[in-house]
Write a protein of this length. Structure first.
Length: 160
């Protein structure tokens, strides 16, 4: 009899929906974020293209607001922080002759965290040395203070 009572209690508990669970809220929030995904991909793609234009034009000022204060950039020389990136962009030792970006894809982790991946090719030299190209790019964005900020940027050599 105890087994029957226990099974009845467990069955009743298992089929009774929770009135408002955090999981349901998370699903609703995620669905709302997914619904806005095409517009967000367009927004972040424009930001990313603007960053490449700023890189070509040695516009360090752009990167002062584009990058989060805790930004990390990982390249062939290892990780660099925001101040190093801003100074490097403004330095005339790098010459960007041309670049092409394509195959953009957005992964949305939540309403304020997204990663934009894409393929990039560039004809760039720094100190007379060719910058690796082509590459796959991972660019992580966080929405803080009402605007999207780039928090992490990494390039990986591509065989494409």
């Amino acid at each position: 009899m105890r087994t029957v009572a226990l099974l009845a209690s467990l069955t009743a508990w298992a089929v009774t929906p929770a009135p408002t669970s955090p999981l349901r809220h998370d699903i609703a929030t995620q669905q709302a974020a997914e619904d806005g995904k095409p517009a967000l991909q367009e927004t972040l793609t424009k930001l990313e293209r603007a960053s490449w234009d700023a890189w070509r034009n040695r516009d360090g000022k752009f990167f002062e607001t584009f990058l989060s204060d805790d930004h990390v950039e990982v390249g062939v020389a290892g990780p660099a922080r925001k101040t190093t990136v801003v100074a490097g962009v403004a330095n005339p030792k790098c010459i960007v002759k041309s670049f092409a970006l394509d195959t953009f894809a957005l992964t949305l982790f939540d309403a304020s965290t997204a990663v934009l991946t894409y393929h990039a090719q560039q004809d760039t030299t720094c100190g007379g040395v060719a910058v690796p190209s082509p590459v796959w790019v991972s660019s992580l964005y966080l929405k803080r203070d009402g605007r999207w900020q780039n928090a992490l940027y990494q390039q990986t050599r591509s065989v494409k």
